[in-house]
Design a protein around this ligand. Sequence first.
Ligand code: G1P
Ligand code: ZN
Length: 543
Amino acid sequence: MAGTEISTKPFEGQKPGTSGLRKKVSVFAQPHYLENFVQSIFTAVKLPAESSLVVGGDGRYFNEPAIGTIIRMAAANGIGRVIVGQGGILSTPAASNLIRKRGANGGIILSASHNPGGPDGDFGIKFNGANGGPAAESVTDAIFAATQSISGYRIEDAPAPNLNRIGQARCGDMRVEIVDPVTDYQALMESLFDFDRIAGMIKSGFRLRFDAMHAVTGPYALAILEETLGAAPGSVINKVPLPDFGGHHPDPNPVHAKALFDLMWSCNAPDFGAASDGDGDRNIVLGQNTYIAPSDSLAMLAANAHLAPAYAGGVTGIARSMPTSCAADRVAAALGVPVFETPTGWKFFGNLLDDGRITICGEESAGTGSNHVREKDGLWAVLLWLNIVAASGKSMADIQADHWRQYGRNYYSRHDYEAVDADQANGLMDNLRARLPDLAGRRFGDYTILTADDFAYTDPVDGSVSANQGIRILFEGGPRIVVRLSGTGTEGATLRLYLERYEPDPAEHGHDPQAALAPIIHIAGEITELTARTGRARPDVIT
Ligand code: G1P
Ligand code: ZN
């Protein structure tokens, strides 16, 4: 092997969470920290000689130096070729697509998703396999084990090539191919959707606004929405990716994308509004005076996907993460296809997609996707919505209203308590877990608990079991409370409460989910003893 061996030792806390290793930049910038983790990937994954690897990230602070290090380490670890986005940029779904399209053996993706960036912000790294999807738990466990016994890493002495020049380069003996980050992704989108029809709708006066939040989707949205589909110049806003996202959280929720929400409720609202996150895998979509909640978006996309060419033959099945609302289950039942309930995190959809059991999947956290890649995909969801609007001739508001009329509405909300003291948060979970056997049958006013458990998932394809995936409390008649700790936060613990209730006739229950869910929210506080245990009276973020 080439390069130099540098000795190192295990670091505390390099256990990957929901989507890879995510820490403050200051943690990643410690001497040998990044190198340690990258070497542990190479050690654990055991790629065949002369493998090819896709490498790219969302352009946040530390992206470029990290990619330089990864390229030099790949060269020293016997990788044959690295395919990297120009300037080190690749959205997460575009990276997934490149891995698949080029038949690469895997990829290393650098992002902390929707978390803030900059010198004081967050950074992250994850390994994706040859299917283009996040590594399975068995692999991330092996990577973690390798971080615990590491004694050295290999790095090429030669510098990494200049990543700004598209074309072929080298690092030591390894080939480095620098590609335009948008081209292959755009070609994939054009193969899935009816671009002519969407362009026709835009030409006849349909207006849209896409907020790229100064994150990675700017160049993708500009090329596809403005330059190809003909949206008016300026339809894509905050389109220049910045290392610190302009000082904002690139998180498309009502708090951080407030300007977009305000616009969509103003008298100058365009017909369609959308935003994506730091690495381009999340999305939110809105219409005039209309917000489509992510769980509903999954259900509505599944119900209408046949209107887009790629899904004209229907969907084989639908999957949703356990805390995601059960709205998609009703669509699956109506379509006569199976629905799968998986733990939180996209990696759990991989086997179902690879095995052809599902076509479409999603999470309540603004993630939707399909079998076209193995990551959730923000712009894909935007384009599928646009295709559905164009083909149906209905407004976003009408699509939503018609859906609720046909299927009923799953009122749904997530309450996040951020930067909670980790001991207090763990104490709350442990206490709740210990009381689970006693909860069934308990009454709270009109509500009686039917079952309470800690979700465990058996993968139907490979039989692997993932336990302790979140506490589910199900009430008679269907209301549901889910409690889990985030696996992506970088400060203390983030406690998430998920609240849900189904109503066949939403016309009778008003529009506001917080009002419709008030009794469930109250009961959740009582059962978890949240305020007494954490000192928090109200959530930091409600979505
Ligand atoms: C969060 C979301 C989850 C998503 C993940 C990565 O994870 O809740 O749905 O897959 O980010 O985008 P959490 O912080 O809840 O572990
Ligand atoms: Zn993301």
